[in-house]
Design a protein. Sequence first.
Length: 131
Amino acid sequence: MSKPELPIPPFDGETYEHDVDYHRLKGQLQRVFALMMDRQWRTLQEVHASVGGSETGCSARLRDLRKERFGGHTVLIRRVGSRSEGRFEYQLHRASCSCIVCLPRVAPYGQLPLFAVGRKKTVVGNGVVDK
């Protein structure tokens, strides 16, 4: 017997239209999560090249992964190159959670570990500063 597909909670925003946007954003969120769960540092350009969509959309999905309803994961950010370039890399640290994005990857179907709330962290030099 196959597992039923688990629904991802609805997205939000001023321009979000569920009937038009939900399946596209759900797929992109799942692809960004699958790519980033290896904890490798990646620029938005690299994420975009791997998962498709726009760089802006990939950035929004990384922000979504910080939200409790999408797992409350921690996304680290660090500057790369010169300050004038404005380039950053991102790294996902998965929370131990039962969110719909993670559940199939962190627990057998039906077992629900607790949610963990993530925070944005900025890497400065060799240290990490909470935001």
